[in-house]
Design a protein around this ligand. Structure first.
Ligand code: MN3
Length: 205
């Protein structure tokens, strides 16, 4: 993973059409090649103009934007966050039907959310509750799983939480296929969640 300046748009870990029929190829092209690319270009431009920031990793920029000079705080938060959140989202998905499992994470979900099904219902409710643009996240915070939401390109990393899973609910993530039906997009997204990756993050957190 390319984690320092100059940032490059690393390829998706699967083909653009791999998530069909749940997430369409055209959306994946636009989302990865244009939306994520724009955040990468903007972030590189900011760092090009501010060479003292070039030594920081993406995670450091995402976590410590509050320590930067005032005029850089919002642009760094938005653009470093945009790169981090999108990479995290794309890495959280896989071809539908490929076997994957998360035994330890599901055991914890059953304990904290009654059942994985109930977790999914709670997660969907949170993702639907995001007003405007943002994300829903499953995170680990002080040893406990929590579902949270974030606006725009804010990330839970900057609040010292360990992200396990996220869903992008900006309209560009689903509008071409699901129009304004965010609920249908969320239902489809559950078919392409990479639970192996979620388990890996859970065990590392
Ligand atoms: Mn997006």
């Amino acid at each position: 993973m390319n984690s320092c300046y100059p940032f490059v748009n690393t390829p998706l870990p699967y083909a653009y059409n791999a998530l069909e029929p749940f997430i369409d190829e055209k959306t994946m092209h636009l989302h990865h090649d244009r939306h994520l690319q724009a955040y990468i270009d903007n972030l590189n431009k900011l760092l090009e103009e501010n060479p003292s920031l070039q030594k920081y990793s993406l995670e450091e920029l995402v976590c410590s934007w509050r320590n930067l000079p005032c005029h850089l705080q919002v642009p760094i938060r938005n653009n470093a966050g945009g790169v981090y959140n999108h990479r995290f989202y794309f890495d959280s998905m896989k071809e539908p039907g490929t076997p994957c499992s998360a035994p330890r994470l599901f055991a914890r979900m059953s304990w904290q959310f009654q059942s994985p099904e109930n977790f999914k219902a709670e997660f969907k409710k949170a993702a639907l509750s995001v007003f405007g643009s943002g994300y829903a996240w499953l995170i680990l915070d002080r040893g406990g799983l929590k579902i949270i939401t974030s606006s725009n390109q804010n990330t839970p990393l900057s609040r010292f939480m360990k992200p396990i899973l996220n869903i992008d609910v900006w309209e560009h993530a689903y509008y071409l296929k699901h129009y304004n039906q965010r609920a249908a997009y969320i239902d489809d997204w559950f078919h392409v969640v990479n639970w192996n990756k979620a388990e890996e993050r859970f065990l590392a957190a």
